[in-house]
Design a protein around this ligand. Structure first.
Ligand code: NAI
Ligand code: MG
Length: 473
């Protein structure tokens, strides 16, 4: 690991104008990892200027060449898997088995969107024979991409790949806790031939580096992934500037288990839904709605399965101390609210986990949907089990949430599966599956989980603006 990381602006490392750096820490043991540039408005301005200067050249690159270059970035990401996995591991504490998967998932964004460059056509509009009308999709120019700490490389790739494919230039701001893989990604892109200034990375805190990007008048589109709180703040600034936004915020996603579900799949699926990435996933399935007749058996089996998910081996730590403390606050809240921990609910006792921000898989029963532990995003491996009597009640509980990111349901009744899926207020629904990490499926929220879509062809379109052109013949 380098001792220090600078911004990446116009194709090279640039020291922070204020000369300040932030410490980055390994959450598995609290040890110092590296220092990253603490960016401010001057650094953001320099990055936006570089992106603006590169915009005309980048949008004029022929589709075939742009596609090839983006796919080449994906290949180079994969070729650098060991280094990227190591950087990601040091800053996030993700377990060893998970790190290469994160890199692989990131590479796929470039391959997928590189392949989609050629789909960026418009339509011919039929009006009358004396008029020829058509639409074209144009890049915005400079786009800002602000990402969080739970899947740093992946979330960076998820925004950068479609933004590049659409012909935009970029100022990316990773989380101050996990900046190195996004910086390295920009270097790798540059090494394979991405022109200087097309992808710039400014590091630093949200209120300083992040806010300066959101406020910059030359940033014409912004994609943000993170907390509802920051999303609202950004939304207020954006409203004033009429800045188009994609907001990917939190979730409290319901996972409905009907009595007729194939439990051999529903139990591991439900577990995966809330312990994956130690629950630090916006789309985690943290409200487990279980039909009453199978509730007790389900909880017993799920708790037994959860006991096999060892923190430190299968699950990394909470990425920051603040996050670690936040989860423990919810342990106290759960207790106050009268919930019962069927698993977890206390800190792990293994001596080898000492000094790390580890939380065991935690399953609460006796939860009502109006409790805070059922309504608020905890962002740790914590599930609330809520019983229901019938389909109608299950849907009502599922939709009784400020969030609407993802929902899941487990049943062998195919009619019920589609009937319920249609009524769940969520941007993505899984039936007899709980997935994350796909590139092809449009992803994004209903309600306060956000708006706009990441992934899929949708995201590519969100990084374009549509122009309609009419010629009088
Ligand atoms: P955060 O929302 O503060 O941070 C996410 C990113 O936004 C970081 O890059 C940060 O520097 C930046 N940022 C923060 N405030 C900003 C502002 N005013 N203007 C511009 N950029 C800004 O997330 P935080 O505080 O670290 O996590 C708190 C909670 O947020 C978590 O416990 C979880 O509930 C939720 N969260 C959701 C995520 C998701 O994937 N949707 C990811 C991370 C957190
Ligand atoms: Mg914050």
């Amino acid at each position: 690991m380098r001792e220090q990381w600078e911004h990446f602006i116009a194709g090279k490392a640039v020291a922070p104008s204020g000369g300040q750096y932030l410490d980055s820490t390994n959450p598995t043991n609290g040890e110092h990892v590296t220092r990253i540039a603490a960016g401010d408005a001057a650094d953001a301005n320099a990055a936006v200027a570089a992106a603006k200067a590169a915009a005309a050249q980048w949008r004029a690159v022929p589709a075939m060449d742009r596609a090839r270059l983006i796919i080449d970035i994906g290949r180079a990401v994969r070729a650098n898997v060991d280094e990227l996995a190591e950087l990601e591991g040091l800053e996030t504490g993700k377990p060893a088995f998970q790190r290469p998967m994160e890199v692989e998932g990131s590479a796929r964004y470039f391959e997928f969107y590189g392949g989609l460059v050629h789909t960026l056509g418009g339509e011919t509009l039929v009006q009358d024979p004396s008029v020829h009308s058509y639409t074209v999709r144009e890049p915005f120019g400079v786009v800002g991409i602000i990402t969080p700490w739970n899947a740093p490389l992946n979330q960076a790739a998820r925004g950068i790949a479609p933004a590049l494919a659409a012909g935009n230039t970029i100022v990316a701001k990773p989380s101050e806790f996990t900046s190195t893989t996004t910086l390295r990604l920009a270097e790798i892109a540059s090494e394979v031939g991405l022109p200087d200034g097309v992808l710039n990375v400014v590091t630093g805190t949200g209120p300083e580096a992040g806010a300066a990007i959101v406020e910059h008048p030359e940033v014409r589109k912004l994609a943000f992934t993170g907390s509802l709180r920051a999303g609202k703040e950004i939304g207020q600034v954006a409203a004033d500037r009429i800045l188009p936004l994609t907001l990917e915020l939190g979730g409290k996603s319901p996972n409905l288990v009907f009595a007729d579900a194939d439990m051999s799949k529903a139990i591991p699926g439900a577990l995966r839904g809330f312990v994956g990435n130690a629950g630090q996933v916006c789309s985690a399935g943290t409200r487990l709605l279980v039909e009453k007749s199978v509730h007790d058996d389900f909880v017993a089996a799920l708790s037994q399965a959860a006991a096999g998910v060892k923190p430190g081996q299968m699950m990394g730590p909470m990425i920051t101390q603040a996050q670690y403390e936040k989860v423990q606050e919810y342990f106290a809240i759960a207790k106050d609210e009268g919930a019962v921990a069927a698993a977890g609910g206390t800190l792990p006792e293994e001596p080898e986990l000492e000094g790390g921000y580890f939380i065991p898989p935690t399953i609460y029963t006796g939860v009502r949907n109006d409790m805070r532990i059922a309504q608020e995003e905890i962002f740790g491996p914590v599930a609330s089990v809520i019983p229901f009597s019938d389909e109608e009640e299950a849907i009502a509980i599922a939709n009784d949430s400020q969030y609407g990111l993802v929902a899941g349901l487990w049943t062998q009744d195919i009619s019920r599966a589609h009937r319920v899926a249609a009524r769940l207020e969520a941007g993505q629904v899984f039936i007899n599956e709980w997935l994350s990490g796909t590139v092809e499926h449009p992803f994004g929220g209903y309600k306060q989980s956000g708006y706009g879509r990441e992934k899929g062809i949708e995201a590519l379109h969100h990084y374009t603006q549509l122009k309609s052109i009419t010629v009088r013949l």
